[in-house]
Ligand binder design. Structure first.
Ligand code: FES
Length: 385
C-alpha cells in the first residue's frame, strides 16, 4: 500500500492526489477525504505517518462485506469438503486401501486437490474483496535508512497497527470476521487429518520375518529347495535364498514384503578361516541374547546372513571369495563373512544379522529360528560393533 509519489504535482504546482499501489484510482464520489478524517489520520506520527485516507462509502463497504463473506463461506464448505473427501474412500473388505485402484485414486486426488484449491482460493478472494472495498486506503512513507527503529517509532507503529486493525473492519464487521474464521478452521484441521496417512503402528512386523525353526529355503527367484550339496558343489561360493513358503497368491509362494526382509546370503567359509567372533561365545553374544557361539548357527561351514544392507537397505550381493568380504554396491559398505559380518569399511553401523541354520533328515538346509536382531537399515540404534 505504499508509494512515494512526492514528485506528482499538477501544472500549477499544487499537490496532486496520490494513488495507492494495488488500488484502482478513486473516483471523486468514492473518495471522501474530510478535513476531520485528514486531521485524524495525520495523527500518525513517525515513519508511518499517513498523508491521505480514502474511505469507501458505507454502501460499498457493505457490499464488500457481503461478497467477502460469500467467498469465506465457499472456502469453509470447500475446506469441510476436503476433510470429507479424505474419508470418502475407506479401505475395502479385505482392509486394503481402495485408492490403490487407479480409477478410485484418480477420483480421490481430484476431490482432494479441487476442494483444497477452492478453499485457498476462497480465502484469498475474500481477503482481496475485503481489502479493496472495506479497508480504508492510506499512502504511507517510510525512509529506508533509519534502522533500527527508535522507541518513538515503535510506539508510533504500534499505534498505527492497532488503529489499522480497527479501521480494517475486522472488529466492526462480525459477519466477515466470523466467516473468515470459519473458513480457516477446516484448513487448520486438514494437516491433522493427513497425519492419518502415517498408518497404523508397525508393531513387530519389521522385527519378525517368516523364518522359523525347520523351515526350508528356496534359491531366490525359483521354487527349488536348497540342499547341503548345492553349497558343496560351489565351495567358497554364495547363494541368495528365501524361506520356502507356498502362498498361492504370490509368485514363488512369498510376498514382496516378506522377501524384502527375509532374503539371506548363504556362504561357505573354510573351517580354518573363522574368526574368534564366530568360534567363541563373546560378551556381545550374551548381551544380544545368543546363548551359544555363532559357529553353532552354521552348518558344515555354511553361514547365513541377511542380504539387506544395514546402511539404507540395498541388497549386499557382491562377494569376494578370497577375503570372504560381502560388499554392498550402493555405498561400498563391506562386511566380513568369516567374522560375524562385522563392518570392514563403509557407512553401515551394524553387522548383517546372522540367521541360525541347520539341516533336516532329508538333507535340506533349514532355518533353526528367526534372526535375533531385526534385519534391514539401522534405525534400531544398535551400537557400531
Ligand atoms: S545401502 Fe549398503 S552401503 Fe549404503
Amino acid at each position: 500500500m505504499t508509494e512515494n509519489n512526492k514528485n506528482d504535482r499538477t501544472e500549477d504546482g499544487s499537490d496532486k492526489p496520490e494513488r495507492v499501489v494495488g488500488t484502482p484510482s478513486a473516483t471523486t464520489e468514492e473518495r471522501v477525504v474530510s478535513d476531520a478524517s485528514t486531521e485524524e489520520q495525520n495523527g500518525h506520527d513517525g515513519p508511518y505517518a499517513a498523508s491521505e485516507t480514502q474511505t469507501h462509502p458505507e454502501e460499498q463497504q457493505r457490499r464488500g462485506e457481503k461478497l467477502a463473506s460469500l467467498w469465506f463461506t465457499i472456502a469453509t464448505i470447500a475446506g469441510i469438503g476436503f476433510v470429507v473427501s479424505y474419508f470418502l474412500f475407506p479401505p475395502n473388505a479385505a482392509g486394503e486401501p481402495s485408492i490403490a485402484n487407479p480409477q478410485i485414486g484418480q477420483y480421490s486426488n481430484m476431490l482432494l486437490g479441487g476442494t483444497l484449491t477452492l478453499a485457498l482460493f476462497g480465502i484469498g478472494a475474500g481477503m482481496t474483496v475485503w481489502s479493496r472495498n472495506v479497508m480504508p486506503q492510506y499512502e504511507v512513507h517510510s525512509p529506508y535508512d533509519e534502522l533500527p527503529s527508535e522507541e518513538e517509532e515503535k510506539g508510533s507503529f504500534s499505534e498505527f497497527f492497532m488503529k489499522s486493525a480497527d479501521e480494517s473492519g475486522f472488529t466492526k464487521r462480525p459477519l466477515m470476521r466470523r466467516t473468515l474464521i470459519a473458513a480457516m478452521l477446516p484448513l487448520g484441521i486438514a494437516p491433522v487429518v493427513l497425519l492419518r496417512d502415517l498408518g497404523p503402528l508397525p508393531g513387530n512386523v519389521l522385527k519378525e520375518t517368516p523364518w522359523r525353526n525347520g523351515r526350508r529355503m528356496f534359491v531366490e527367484g525359483t521354487d527349488r529347495e536348497l540342499r547341503v550339496e548345492d553349497m558343496e558343489n560351489d565351495p567358497n561360493g554364495m547363494i541368495s535364498a528365501l524361506p520356502a513358503l507356498v502362498d498361492e497368491d504370490y509368485e514363488h509362494g512369498i510376498s514382496m514384503d516378506d522377501q524384502a526382509k527375509s532374503v539371506i546370503l548363504l556362504i561357505k567359509v573354510p573351517e580354518e578361516d573363522w574368526k574368534p567372533s564366530m568360534t567363541e561365545h563373546t560378551e556381545k553374544d550374551q548381551e544380544q541374547g545368543r546363548d551359544e557361539a555363532r559357529i553353532n548357527w552354521t552348518h558344515d561351514g555354511i553361514v547365513a546372513y541377511s542380504k539387506i544392507c544395514t546402511h539404507v537397505g540395498c541388497p549386499a550381493a557382491l562377494y569376494e571369495r578370497t577375503t570372504h568380504r560381502i560388499l554392498c554396491p550402493c555405498h561400498q559398505s563391506t562386511f566380513d563373512a568369516s567374522d560375524a559380518a562385522k563392518i570392514v569399511f563403509g557407512p553401515a553401523h551394524r553387522p548383517l544379522p546372522q540367521l541360525p541354520i541347520g539341516v533336516d533328515d532329508e538333507g535340506y538346509l533349514i532355518a533353526t529360528g528367526d534372526f535375533v536382531e531385526p534385519p534391514g537399515p539401522t534405525f534400531w540404534e544398535y551400537a557400531k560393533d
